[in-house]
Write a protein that binds this ligand. Structure first.
Ligand code: HEC
Ligand code: HEC
Length: 352
């Protein structure tokens, strides 16, 4: 009898026990608002995104028919790359993730590209990316019966591989289709978002919670990696040593010559602050992929940021925030809680 009474008393108590304090200061970081709506006149037409998905996964765009967008932007890595590659003579460039790419406010590591559509074309006519020439890539689309038909039924005109204006128009249309596909790559809520919404202790382990405290507390990472994207989208100089030489002098006729930056000429250290969502899936790190894992990045923030010769020469004011190994581990645990929930399988492979 006594046991029963105790049980009866304990059970309702347990049900009322608060599930732990709220995740303090998570407002502003979560939830992730929907990506800005597309202004494309065909937005909402599922055929546009499906065409983009076909283009994304075809190896036909590359000069040797062996490489697709997905070879570098790998679906199993939040559409980022496993290794940095050379592009346009810029030196090694890390392949950024494309999950969440529609939320950026500027594109490419330089932050110089102001539309997702334009960013999608970065590989066209770039020897280091898709290889070959712009006309040869466009010829593949024009000569592929299936792609050309999709193209014509969407845009009312066939894809063209000759004539300057027609090539430009075809390129714009391909950019629109690719962007429409990428706009669908919105990752689901991360463990961090779940904890912020549910305020439940059990969702986020103690180390990740301490890491979040440090992130917006003493380490002040949120000064730049703030907001729901964990980036303010601004370009800035961290004084990373030995940035590779930037190559200039693209053919001014190159329709993508805009990728070049006057900005870089005056300060080659300027890099867009990357989002930290999905960051655990996107090694290697930094614009040139110089760090193999998150520990190396965090040690850089703890020990050397702002202390390099380059940082001093370029007047970088960012200071290292010394952190213990445990604090570094806490920050890493927090960053790992930012992995988004997996995308539906049909978005991660070629259509059909
Ligand atoms: C050889 C590897 C490679 C291939 C193939 C490739 N990319 Fe990329 N992609 C990169 C690299 C490297 C960057 C970053 C370059 C930079 O910022 O200078 C990038 C950047 C991007 C960005 C900008 C992301 C951001 O956060 O700003 C988009 C969008 C993109 N690629 C889409 C595509 C599409 C679409 C294709 C296929 C038509 C493609 N990429 C093919 C390596 C590749
Ligand atoms: C002054 C602005 C600023 C502050 C403060 C800052 N970051 Fe960064 N962070 C950047 C920029 C800019 C880059 C890109 C640098 C590059 O690629 O050369 C970056 C890159 C990173 C990367 C690599 C991401 C990737 O995809 O390659 C991680 C991880 C990161 N920061 C975490 C942190 C953490 C954790 C803190 C706090 C200890 C922090 N950052 C503080 C601006 C900042």
């Amino acid at each position: 009898m006594k046991a029963l009474v105790t049980l009866a008393l304990v059970a309702p108590l347990a049900a009322c026990t608060p599930r732990g304090p709220a995740l303090p200061n998570a407002e502003g970081f979560s939830p992730l608002p929907p990506a800005p709506a597309s202004s494309d006149s065909l937005a909402g037409n599922p055929d546009l995104a499906a065409y983009g998905q076909s283009l994304f996964f075809t190896t036909g765009l590359s000069f040797d028919q062996r490489r697709s967008c997905a070879s570098c932007h790998r679906p199993d890595r939040a559409f980022s790359g496993a290794a940095a590659i050379d592009t346009r003579g810029f030196g090694p460039r890390d392949v950024p993730p494309l999950v969440g790419v529609a939320r950026r406010t500027s594109w490419m590591w330089s932050g110089e590209v102001d539309s997702l559509e334009q960013a999608c074309l970065h590989g066209f006519g770039d020897e280091d990316v898709l290889g070959g020439s712009l006309p040869s890539t466009l010829r593949f689309v024009a000569q592929s019966a299936a792609l050309a038909e999709q193209h014509r039924s969407l845009f009312g005109n066939p894809p063209k591989a000759d004539g300057r204006d027609e090539m430009r128009r075809t390129l714009d249309e391909l950019g629109r289709a690719l962007a429409a596909y990428l706009r669908q790559l919105e990752g689901g809520p991360s463990r961090f978002d779940e904890a912020a919404a549910d305020q439940s202790r059990s969702i986020l382990a103690a180390d990740a919670r301490r890491g979040f405290e440090l992130f917006h507390g003493r380490a002040a990472c949120n000064r730049c990696h703030g907001g729901p994207n964990f980036s303010d989208g601004k370009v800035r100089d961290q004084g990373l040593p030995d940035l590779p030489e930037m190559a200039f002098g693209l053919d001014p006729d190159d329709p993508l010559a805009k990728l070049e930056a006057g900005q870089r000429e005056t300060n080659p250290g300027l890099v867009r602050t990357p989002s930290l969502r999905d960051v655990a899936r996107t090694a290697p790190y930094m614009h040139d992929g110089r760090f193999a894992d998150l520990r190396e990045v965090l040690r850089f923030y703890s020990e050397s940021v702002g202390n390099t010769v380059e940082a001093r020469a370029r007047g970088v004011t960012l200071k290292a925030v010394p952190m213990s190994e445990r604090e570094i581990a806490d920050l890493e645990a927090f960053l790992r809680s930012l992995d988004s929930a997996p995308l539906p399988g049909q978005l991660r492979r070629p259509v059909r």
